[in-house]
Ligand binder design. Structure first.
Ligand code: SF4
Length: 512
């Protein structure tokens, strides 16, 4: 890898002709045992990696949304086609190899990153392998010297009735019929039984004389096992090399790109808060009300801490400030909001001197005038939180007991609380957040939660739809006001962002 990295900025995609490697010559799937040899320009180094990241994130999203079986594998193959396919098969294989090895660097550095990368890469490999013709699958196994021999001839004929029975017993009736009706070639592999403990334990495989007869539908699991073990080992080695040499050697050039890749969020950046339509603009007075109704727990907590302490440390101000910018709080309103929240402990003069600059800085009105965008879940979750600070993702930072207490205070159903705490314990932080969203809004969240501003936008959208539905159901039927219409009107009022309505609601806690 380092020889490849040391090449200077070439301008074209160029596999090395003198040293053909498996990944850039003839095969569509690879175990990525050796890095590609050739030149790649810096822009492509990054672009290829981002394209592969889109595939891996898509895989994670599909799993989150509950895609399974053939539907899931079809989607994974489509994602790979969309983001990794190039004009020629050779370019596609080159891009596939380069992007894999760049992300290996980016995701080798911590246990959590390695686990994530390994999971998504295994799913990608499994779907691609399943998508290959049976003959290519056999070729692949032979090429990599897997000790799997296709069952054939007299031995196959003798075992055929028992193989059919096993397939029927595990519910693979279509496959069982196929075997019954024709002498299907390469339908089973003869494998030492100790290599398939899971299939043996779950009685999903025929055993004879120390051999297990694994169907071609099960063989992907075997090959993925090899892929997983090899990649896991390689990631550990890459992590050591990265820390020992590569990070320093490439400090000026590749290291910043590699470090940013593992924090890259690929959805919308929600940086256009100031360009929202007038009816979506938020005022300082509306923030407390909206916090209660539509902020994710991270932002609710920061807002509560700010309100209780009349102060928030630097990173908290950045995280909450950029989130508020993203939901449509204009600069003038942001200054008003922060000044009012700080007022119990900080005079207006002191605020203007010490804090107003930071607020304007977030809005690109000071310093380098960078238009900062709100932080994604990925960034918030992966940023270490110093003790006593209020920022960060509560599904990461709170203990199970603290989290349960906070969620109970939101009056969520106890089932939702249990579910979210279990997901947080299992390090599925965004799934925990999604469970809370669904419990709070009594709806399914198809898109998953990837960004606090997405949580907010989805919440406003759902509440608006619920308001419309309530109006549709009740209003046309009523001649005089009734309980039903009153409810619709209440929801309607709660969704309007008119300053007068929300200021009143925010300050008094009463309906506007
Ligand atoms: S998962 Fe994302 S939106 Fe939810 S609390 Fe954590 S950082 Fe905030």
């Amino acid at each position: 890898m380092s020889a490849w990295m040391q090449k200077q900025q070439a301008r074209t995609i160029k596999p090395a002709a003198d040293k053909p490697s498996e990944v850039v010559t003839q095969y569509r799937i690879s175990l990525y045992k050796e890095p590609p040899s050739g030149e790649v320009c810096i822009e492509e180094f990054e672009r290829f990696a981002i394209d592969r990241l889109r595939v891996l994130k898509g895989i994670e999203d599909a799993k989150t949304k509950g895609f399974k079986g053939d539907q899931f594998h079809g989607l994974v193959v489509q994602l790979a086609e969309k983001h990794l396919k190039c004009l020629t098969a050779e370019e596609t294989r080159w891009k596939d190899a380069v992007s894999h090895f760049v992300l290996r660097l980016a995701y080798c550095r911590t246990e959590e990153l390695r686990r994530w990368f390994l999971q998504q890469e295994c799913e990608l490999f499994r779907s691609r392998f399943k998508n290959e013709m049976p003959t290519s699958q056999v070729d692949f196994m032979k090429r990599h010297n897997f000790a799997y021999e296709a069952l054939a001839g007299e031995e196959y004929e003798a075992l055929r009735p028992d193989l059919v029975k096993v397939q029927e017993s595990i519910g693979s009736t279509a496959f069982a019929t196929e075997i019954k009706q024709s002498a299907s070639r390469d339908a089973f592999f003869k494998v030492p039984f100790e290599q398939v403990p899971d299939l043996v334990a779950s009685r999903r495989v025929l055993l004879r004389g120390g051999w297990a007869f694994v169907s071609r539908q099960q063989v992907a699991s075997l090959v993925v096992g090899h892929f997983r073990a090899g990649l896991s080992h390689s990631l550990a080695i890459t992590a050591r090399r990265w820390a020992a040499t590569i990070a320093d050697e490439e400090a000026e050039r590749l290291t910043p790109i590699v470090l940013s890749l593992s924090e890259r969020y690929l959805g919308p950046d929600y940086g256009d808060g100031e360009r929202r339509s007038p009816q979506d603009v938020v005022t300082a007075a509306q923030v407390p009300f909206l916090a209660k109704q539509s902020f994710p727990l991270c932002m609710q907590n920061m807002y509560s801490r700010l309100h209780a302490d009349a102060h928030l440390k630097h990173w908290g101000r950045m995280q909450l400030g950029l989130f508020l910018k993203g939901i449509g709080l204009p600069l003038e309103e942001a200054l008003k909001f922060w000044r009012a929240e700080f007022a119990p402990k900080t005079t207006g003069e002191k605020f203007d001197k010490e804090y107003a600059y930071n607020v304007r800085h977030n809005y690109a009105k000071e310093g380098k005038r960078t238009d900062y965008t709100p932080y994604s879940c990925l960034k918030i979750i992966s940023t270490p939180v110093p003790k006593g600070d209020a920022f960060g993702c509560p599904y990461v930072t709170l203990s199970p007991a603290e989290l349960a207490e906070q969620l109970q205070a939101l009056r969520l159903p106890s089932e939702t609380v249990r579910d979210a705490v279990a997901k947080s314990k299992g390090k599925h932080y965004q799934l925990a957040c999604m469970a809370v969203f669904e419990g709070q809004h009594t709806c399914i969240c198809d898109s998953g939660i990837n960004h606090p501003n997405q949580y907010y936008d989805e919440s406003r959208k759902v509440l608006l739809e619920q308001q419309d539905a309530a109006a549709t159901v009740t209003v046309p039927e009523q001649k005089t006001p009734s309980v039903g219409t009153a409810k619709a009107a209440d929801v309607s009022r709660s969704l309007q962002h008119t300053p007068a309505a929300d200021a009143h609601a925010a300050v008094t806690g009463a309906d506007a």
